[in-house]
Design a protein around this ligand. Structure first.
Ligand SMILES: [Zn+2]
Length: 476
């Protein structure tokens, strides 16, 4: 028993000794881990990673609307510049993201900004890979770029096609399901969204064609959405109410539900396209988004920004406007537009009163446009240079705008890009003064009657929403 106890004592002593050694090892390992964490955090802090709240910051001088949750009132922080990227893993990831949207130069520049990149085989391999891809790119023919357009999407087909405006909606609008299928099919066919400013831009006052380089088989196109105002007449007809910036910093929509609540979700083109590009970054060339065409008479983006909402002496004032705070509506609209612009969205004038500019007298056109320039342009940063003709009606023939006084006026107030509706073929006219582009309507009318014209983009027969009344009636 003694021996046994003695052996036990020895065993216990040895065990204590082993435990002490093990504890020291654990403590050392823990200290080492703490040290590594402290070094990494300190480095990240110095690199500015903690200041980089990507996609949730707003440009200086703007704040998110109240709907923006915790973003409200938050001051903006500068994003980390490419030059500050020192972490190789981060640099490779960021470069891959740039290359995914065809910005190979951006990707290469970013990798070359990593200090000592020359001796890092992973980085040099990535750089030569991007250089190789660049050599294989094909320059797009600017004059063959199509432009597809939509109106606000029908979310609730029962409401829209059951309303007194059913025929009009059936003709010129697209449903949420149709839009999703159109984007998917166009993506599968190799279409890539580009900006109209990528097609041509003014340099020293002269319009010059741009260079769009894409991998072989990829096809550039421009997208626009008209009348993103959520007009008063659309209320209760199954559309969104307005665009807001969601808690994630991306545009989304608010919509009235049957139970009286307001739901936030991707109820229109803007948030749906954002989501599609997030899932398919190669659908957008260098961060391109769509063009949003805005009138002014009922406000913009669902905000009641027009003077009539705050002026009881106005002819079009209604008692129900009493609760509207126009100044606050304008501030909210401004913040949403600024964030959209930051994400790559562009804005276009669609006239103030949805006027047919081809028919209008010179005087009426000027009066109408001045209202747009005074009331809407300042909410969009004041630099709008795209004009999307209401009703598709151009101010001139295909021959061009020589000796066209309407053009002279519109050019004098800043418009360089003019878009009509021409659903036959991609149509582009680029002179040293302006770029004109025909637009193709992807709506109920075109899908029902001209599926053949749309077949280069998508299969209208499979996309056409079964909830649509047929035949689609043609309105005036
Ligand atoms: Zn319109």
């Amino acid at each position: 028993m003694e021996d046994y106890r003695g052996r036990n004592r020895d065993t216990r002593r040895r065990a204590r000794h082993r435990r002490a050694i093990r504890n020291r090892i654990i403590l050392t390992v823990l200290l080492l881990i703490l040290l590594v964490v402290a070094v990494v955090l300190g480095k990240k802090f110095l690199d500015g990673d903690f200041n980089k709240k990507e996609n949730t910051t707003f440009p200086a001088g703007t704040t998110a609307p109240a709907e923006g949750g915790d973003n409200t009132g938050e001051s903006s922080q500068p994003e980390t510049t490419a030059g500050a990227v020192t972490d190789q893993g981060t640099a490779l990831t960021q470069a891959a993201a740039l290359a995914a949207s065809y910005d190979y130069d951006g990707a290469i520049d970013l990798l070359k900004s990593v200090s000592g990149y020359e001796s890092n085989s992973e980085i040099t391999a990535a750089i030569s890979g991007y250089e190789e891809t660049k050599k294989s790119l094909v320059a797009a023919d600017i004059t063959q770029i199509p432009h597809i357009f939509f109106h606000s999407l029908i979310v609730d087909t029962d409401k829209a096609f059951g309303s007194e405006k059913a025929d009009a909606y059936n003709q010129v609008m697209t449903t949420v399901d149709e839009f999703d299928q159109i984007m998917q099919q166009m993506y599968e066919k190799g279409y890539v969204l580009v900006k109209i400013h990528d097609m041509a831009s003014k340099q020293d006052g002269e319009m010059k064609k741009g260079t769009i380089l894409l991998p072989a088989g990829k096809k550039p196109f421009v997208l626009s959405v008209d009348d993103v105002s959520y007009y008063e007449y659309m209320k209760g007809h199954g559309f969104a109410n307005r665009i807001v910036i969601g808690e994630d910093g991306y545009p989304t929509c608010e919509m009235d539900m049957d139970d009286g609540s307001v739901q936030t979700g991707a109820f229109d083109v803007v948030p749906r396209l954002e989501e599609f590009i997030k899932a398919h970054p190669d659908f957008s060339y260098k961060g391109a988004r769509g063009i949003v065409a805005l009138t002014g008479y009922d406000g913009i983006l669902g905000y009641r920004t027009a003077p009539k909402y705050g002026d009881p002496s106005s002819d079009s004032y209604k008692a129900e406007y009493a609760s509207i705070d126009v100044d606050s509506e304008r501030e909210k609209a401004k913040a949403v537009a600024a964030r959209m612009e930051e994400l790559g969205w562009e804005f276009a004038s669609h006239s103030w009163g949805h006027k047919d500019m081809g028919q209008a007298t010179m005087e009426h056109m000027k009066t109408d446009m001045q209202k747009w320039l005074d009331q809407v342009n300042p909410l969009l940063g004041g630099d709008t240079d795209i004009l999307i003709f209401p009703k598709g009606t151009d101010i001139g023939s295909w021959r061009g705008y020589d000796d066209n006084e309407k053009y002279d006026y519109l050019a004098s107030v800043g418009f360089d890009y003019y878009c009509n509706v021409d659903s036959n073929q991609p149509w582009v006219q680029c002179t040293s003064k302006y770029l004109r582009q025909g637009r193709i309507n992807a709506d109920g009318f075109e899908m029902y009657y001209h599926a053949d014209k749309l077949s280069q983009f998508f299969d209208a027969a499979t996309v056409f929403d079964k909830a649509r009344p047929t035949p689609v009636k043609q309105m005036g």
